[in-house]
Design a protein around this ligand. Sequence first.
Ligand code: MN
Length: 130
Amino acid sequence: VEHRTGSDVAWEPAPEQHFTGNVWFGELAPRPSPEAVRVLGVLFEPGARTDWHEHPEGQVLYVVGGAGRVQNASGETAEFSAGDVVYSAPGEAHWHGAAPGSYMMHLSLTTGAPTEWHPDKVTDEQYGSR
Ligand code: MN
């Protein structure tokens, strides 16, 4: 058993080229093998969001705090808050981030190959559309 306090987690800025606004990553679990699940805590400041991207084996987001929004390639947008679960299917283009007036933290659970980032940022129009 390994217990770490919140301040023991090595929070790092998310890579700037794939995000709008300030976002932090914290690796929450060891990955003993490449097949192991990757458990990431992700904290977004208000208005911050990912670029468009997809996950080769899908992604589960578990919202720990705050409020956010997610959009898929069909333009369907959903607002979510603490306790909600968001699933993106393998290869489904999407983005996720905090609501304009709220910090938001979610857990990200993925397996397999790394995130495939699309070249396009999320425009203010896409971010604001409902
Ligand atoms: Mn994602």
